[in-house]
Structures are given as C-alpha cells and as structure tokens.
Ligand binder design. Sequence first.
Ligand SMILES: [Zn+2]
Length: 305
Amino acid sequence: MKDTLQRFLFENLAVRGELVHLDATWQAVLENHNYPLPVQKVLGELMSAVSLLMATIKFNGLLIAQIQGNGPVSLLVVEGSSDKTLRATASIKEEKSDFTDESLQGIFGEARLVITLEPEKGERYQGIVALSGENLADALTDYLLRSEQLDTDIWLVADDKQAAGLLIQKLPETKETRYSSNILDVSDAGSDVDGWNRIQQLSSTIKDEELLNLSAEEIIHRLYHEEDIRLFDAETVSFRCSCSRERVAKMLLSLGAEEVKNMIEELSIIEVACEFCNHNYSFDAIDTEQLFTSKIPHSAPHAEQ
Ligand SMILES: [Zn+2]
C-alpha cells in the first residue's frame, strides 16, 4: 500500500471526504525512535489526522498538531506541510514507560490539543481544546466544531506498520473558514436533508482493519456504493524533516557568543540532535568561532525563510 491522500465529494450533497493511508511515511517516524506500542498508536493516529486536515487547508505553510499533557507522555508533535510532507515526534518521561493504562488519560494525563496554522504569508492562528473524549478522533471532531464551526466525523487507526484515517465533513454555508475548500458551489446542494446523517451512518460502519488494509477505492465502494461520488486525483504523502545545519546555527547565534563559548569550553563539541529525525549536528570551537565572526546569518534580518 502506498502513502496516499484521497479526496472525494458526494455529488448533490454538501459533504466531502478524505481518506489517508500512511506506510513509508509512518515507518520513517518509527525508524528514528523506539516508542512503546500505545504511544505508536496515538502518534500514528495524530499523523493520519494531520494529513486529513492538511488536505483541507487553503494556504501554503504548516499545520502543527500538539498534544501537551502532564502524564507519562508530555508531548506529541506532528507537523504537516502544504507540500504534503510530514514529520512527528513524542516526548516520554523515562520513569513511567510501562503504560498499563492505554487510555488517552493514562497516556497524557490532563492534556490539551493545540492546532497551529502557520501560513507562509499572513497571520499565525492557534486553536486549543481540552483533550477529552474516548479517543483522538473525538477530540479533533470537538476541536473542529468549536473553533471552526465545522461538522466533521473522523476515524483514525494506526499500528506498528501503517496508519490510516477517514474524514467526512459538512461543507460550510459560507466560505469564511480556514478549512473550507472551493471544490463545490454549495448553493446547488442541500436538497437532500438527510444526506449528512446518512453519510455519517454509512461511514461509521468502517472497521479498523478495513481502513488499514483496503485501498481508497475499495473503502469508498464498500461504504458508499449507492452514493454518487466524485473522486479527485490521489496525492502522495511523504516524510520530510525540515531541520538543517543553518537552523541549528541560528539557534546557537540566538544564545549569544558568551554562552556558546562557555559551552565549548565545557564540552569541546556542541552536539544538537533533531528530535524529529535524530540527525546529529555538531559544532566545534572552529565552527562556533566562524559562526560569530561571519556576518552573514545574524546580520540579515530577513534570513528566515
Ligand atoms: Zn530533523
């Protein structure tokens, strides 16, 4: 199975859908870290969820989903880009890693879901909801309803090999929301008043094994064979980490020459590992001296990409 995002639309209904299947993209995250199974499951689900949301945003830039909690897992981060690349990481407190309680509460304790939209141009937007409900899909559904006024249903699943998800969404009456898409003129839809309920009911019969193991076409046929569906071209999703030596250098510059000099005196080499991909960046005395004598990075006010 490939790493694909499949968008579809119910003709004559103001309802759209997305299916995602992650294979190599998800494997790339797991390769870099040794997460316990319950953490893998929820991180894979969050990665599927970000793929589904990413497919619906209208701007170029980043969509970042974080779960922040006071439990054994203090942080999950999944970052999706409008170019359909993703990266993900989890922070686990060492002392509590047996995860006897695999519920959201057991994994994260008291937690919140934070969604940040970072357009390349324009305002950054952040939405926060308490992480409540049985599972991540419930929390996201709640977030979309509260902060975007969008009726959405989401199904998410992940194991140690694949992650997948299904989203259906009632298209908004207005085109003001950050997530609405311009794929349908809503004015000629909506004559079928039971449409949304029917699609919700049909979708809810999806089983985890089906989401994980069937192709998008097979799932759509299995769930909606009596509906009139428009399929869009499938898009490819992949893993990509945006870390770079330049970014680490900027971070060191922001610490200041004195602080970095002290670190070099103490450690002789400064090693910075990327928490997403584990890539290691090292700076020795010569590197750091060059950093602070070269005028290029920190004197250019618009060096940020
Ligand atoms: Zn990285």
